[in-house]
Design a protein around this ligand. Structure first.
Ligand code: ADP
Ligand code: ZN
Length: 607
């Protein structure tokens, strides 16, 4: 007699109830239906195939491109008492053979395999001889040529349906846009499958975008005041900057390590392992880092350079807060970022059509940076989703942005660009506006222009803000020659003619956002002072067990589970079982150890 999904959820995973659409998805797959599941990171996709695999006879076959993750995933499942294994190129021949045997004998509940393996005739033959409960196609967007993670091996997965007509298939992805979704359905032959599309909102992530003044100091303040001791990721555009920033953060006393594609593989692996296994590690990385990092307790993702699209930003920031606890997405950006990205784009190889799409994406990202209303509303709107109320958990909600009538300033700025011949960068133009009298101004006789010295009411930083916003809104464009010269676009005509007013945002002075839903200033301080000893003792025990088993601490118990223990203080096995995240297997393995920690704290014995 197979168990029901509810029984599996409670006994194996130790959770009292399903979240979101998990229940509907799981029942549909248990009944043999195909499904296409779109859920944001942290939405709980894994249970959508793990539970059905345990309810249906045979083994659930999970196809995943993330080979580096398979071991941790399988370790975590084994901790739960699930018979799990994997097959990929990192495995020695004996273990692989043993796993294949177990599969054929019906002794596996879940098997993770790399897509290239599934395409080997030998593997298909083996699967035909084995009881298969379902196929789960994880990271299903890898089948899409429109996205960035395309894998040609994924194209072959479309044939699974023909080969195994009676085995249900479930494809899962966190990639939101419609075009990718349609491509997945078409290429994987899932047009008739049920589509489950969850909201892409990540309410526990606080979105913050701040204007760059001194990026390093701003980052330092952010880390010190809000995320001391937390694990997080800092993204930079270049490898050089990654290394310099990691080095500097270490000098400031942070446990920070670099990660980029140019580092030797051992160093990259080592740093990634530190991030996964140790607590409070910061990884400074290019975008090469992240795909396949499913560490649940990343508390912040900071960007020191502007991402080139909203998709990228959403994906990178999405690595924060998978466990549903408060997390922060923080981005510092300035005019130089805009100039640099525009130049990179224009100078890149590639067809004009492609560049046009990239330009559009960058413009949307800039729009998000400069918006004066709720950022989450703009973000979700970009993915075709509507949020009726401002979210209350982004910087513009927490600190409403003042705007000012910048019509006059914009006109001065645009005229000055025009009068200087549209071949100078922003610093020189600001010098002219502010009546600067340096050598360059005199060399070009710009002190004789009608726009010389007309802008003394604003200081250089205020002018920079004006220019940044004019560029972001497309009134000014940056030349691609590498000197960052500005020129006018068609769209600024109505402003110059006095037919259009310009409202600009007043740049906020940097201070940490405060509000009802801000992320915890520091993971430990959110725990009340009097609970600290027990909390630290629970974490220490978890770390010890994790080290003994050679797995990351969250494989033993997630933070949320330890917090629930802290709240409930179970003293008996039965009470321990009602803690969220404690199922039968983990109770048996670790129940006694954690009960001991709690008992010692509740009833300390005299030493
Ligand atoms: P995704 O793969 O969609 O990013 P995961 O499957 O890793 O998300 O799940 C995210 C987190 O939510 C994990 O920590 C997982 O244990 C937890 N989780 C998933 N489903 C439930 C549930 N029904 N009840 C409690 N926690 C859950
Ligand atoms: Zn908001």
């Amino acid at each position: 007699m197979e168990a029901t999904p509810e029984q599996v959820l409670e006994r194996v995973f130790g959770y009292p109830s399903f979240v979101g659409e998990q229940e509907a998805i799981i029942h549909s797959v248990v009944d043999g239906g195909d499904a296409l599941v779109l859920m944001p990171t942290g939405g709980g996709k894994s249970l959508c195939y793990q539970v059905p695999a345990l309810c249906r006879p045979g083994c659930g076959v999970v196809i995943s491109p993330l080979i580096a993750l398979m071991r941790d995933q399988v370790d975590a499942l084994r901790e739960l008492g699930v018979r799990a294994g994997y097959l990929n190129s990192t495995l020695d021949a004996d273990t692989a053979a043993a796993n294949e045997r177990a599969l054929r004998n019906g002794e596996l509940d879940l098997l993770y395999i790399a897509p290239e393996r599934l395409n080997q005739p030998r593997m298909l033959e083996l699967l035909h001889q084995s009881p298969v409960a379902l196929f789960a196609i994880d990271e299903a967007h890898c089948v899409s040529q429109w996205g960035h993670d395309f894998r040609s091996d994924y194209l072959e997965l479309g044939k699974l349906h023909e080969q195994f007509p009676s085995v249900p298939r479930i494809a899962l992805t966190a990639t939101a846009d419609l075009r990718t979704r349609e491509e997945i359905a078409r290429r994987l032959d899932l047009e008739d499958a049920r589509h489950f599309i969850a909201s892409f909102d990540r309410p526990n992530i606080q979105y913050r975008i701040t204007q760059k003044t001194n990026a390093r100091q701003q980052l330092l303040r952010f880390l010190k005041t809000e995320h001391a001791g937390d694990a997080g990721i800092v993204y930079c555009l270049s490898r050089k900057k990654v290394e310099a920033t990691a080095h500097w953060l270490r000098e400031q006393g942070f446990n920070a390590y670099p990660y980029h594609a140019g580092l030797p593989a051992e160093d990259r692996n080592l740093n990634q392992q530190r991030f996964l296994r140790e607590e409070g590690v910061i990884i400074v990385a290019t975008i090469a880092f992240g795909m396949g990092i499913d560490k649940p307790d990343v508390r912040f993702v900071a960007h020191l350079d502007l991402p080139k699209s909203i998709e990228s930003w959403y994906q990178e920031t999405g690595r924060a807060g998978r466990d549903g606890e408060p997390a922060t997405a923080w981005l510092a950006y300035g005019l130089q970022d805009v100039i640099k990205l525009r130049q990179m784009l224009e100078n890149s190889e590639g067809a004009e059509e492609h560049k046009r799409a990239e330009r559009y994406k960058l413009d949307c990202m800039l729009g998000l940076c400069e918006v004066t209303t709720c950022r989450r509303q703009v973000l979700l709107d970009y993915f075709g989703e509507r949020l009726d109320q401002p979210c209350g958990n982004c910087d513009t909600c927490l600190q409403p942005v003042a705007t000012w009538d910048a019509t006059e300033a914009a006109r001065m700025a645009l005229s000055c660009v025009y009068r200087t011949g549209q071949r100078f960068g922003v610093n020189h133009i600001i010098d002219v506006l502010r009546g600067g009298d340096n050598q360059k101004v005199r060399q070009f006789n710009h002190n004789e222009l009608s726009t010389w010295g007309i802008g003394t009411d604003l200081d250089a930083n205020q002018w920079r803000s004006v220019f940044r916003q004019l560029v972001a809104r497309g009134y000014l464009q940056v030349d691609v020659d590498g000197y960052g010269a500005l020129h006018l676009t068609q769209s600024c005509r109505p402003i110059l003619r006095g037919e259009e007013n310009v409202q600009l945002r007043e740049d906020a002075k940097e201070k940490p956002a405060k509000g009802p839903k801000t992320s915890r200033p520091d993971k430990d301080t959110a725990i009340p002072e009097e609970d600290q000893p027990l909390w630290q003792a629970l974490r220490a025990r978890r770390k010890r067990i994790a080290d003994e088993h050679g797995v990351p601490p969250y494989v033993i118990f997630h933070d949320a589970t330890l917090m629930d223990m802290l709240a409930r203080r179970p003293l008996r096995e039965n009470d321990m079982l009602s803690v969220s995240g404690v199922g039968e297997s983990k109770l048996e393995k670790y129940g006694a150890e954690f009960l001991e920690v709690i008992r010692e704290h509740e009833y300390p014995t005299d030493a």
